[in-house]
Design a protein around this ligand. Sequence first.
Ligand code: ATP
Ligand code: MG
Length: 202
Amino acid sequence: MTSTASLRIGLFGGTFDPPHVGHLVTAVNVRHALNLDIVILMVANDPWQKSGARDVTTAEDRFAMVEAAVSVVDGVIAGRDEIDRGGPSYTADTLMALAEKHPGAELFTIVGDDAAAGLTSWTRVDQVVQYSQLVVVDRPGVAVSLPQEFNWLRVESPRLEVSSTDLRSRFSDGRPLDYLVTEPVLHVIEQRGLYGSAARMN
Ligand code: ATP
Ligand code: MG
């Protein structure tokens, strides 16, 4: 059996509805800066902080998009543990499962600035900090302000001003998505007719 004791694993969770270049730039730069073996883009099954407010694309469709997004990226993979577990997705549970699967591995929970600011609202955040090192992504030269009660590791990465929310509204009014979403993701979107793309092609 291969030892997992020296593995350094980054967990970058999200709804990824859809995944965009901001997510990929972050994953690649954090992996490089912290010398991580792997960064997992973990697809939330039920993003409980979002699901009441709007229609979230199905977990399987979001997973297919993330898989496509990372297919051409070294050291970054798509995670479906939260989908397979079902129910609402809590990072604490995902970290515990990762720790069990990779005994002795060092775990890093990666969050963007907005997610970092909301960390205090996470379920069982004490377990998140017990099982992993928190990592926040700063814009170069600009340190984001953070909840003080946690021990943060800061990594600088270019912050591309793109969000899934903006992308969804681009889809709905027909503005271009080129260079904001990568080709393999656009392909899945068209193949599966997501975000109204099927209707537009008819
Ligand atoms: P939405 O607009 O629907 O909230 P999003 O673009 O924020 O989508 P999420 O799936 O909510 O994407 O975010 C997953 C993680 O990616 C979070 O930690 C978030 O802070 C981070 N993130 C989102 N957009 C960017 C970006 N442009 N650059 C770096 N990190 C980002
Ligand atoms: Mg978000």
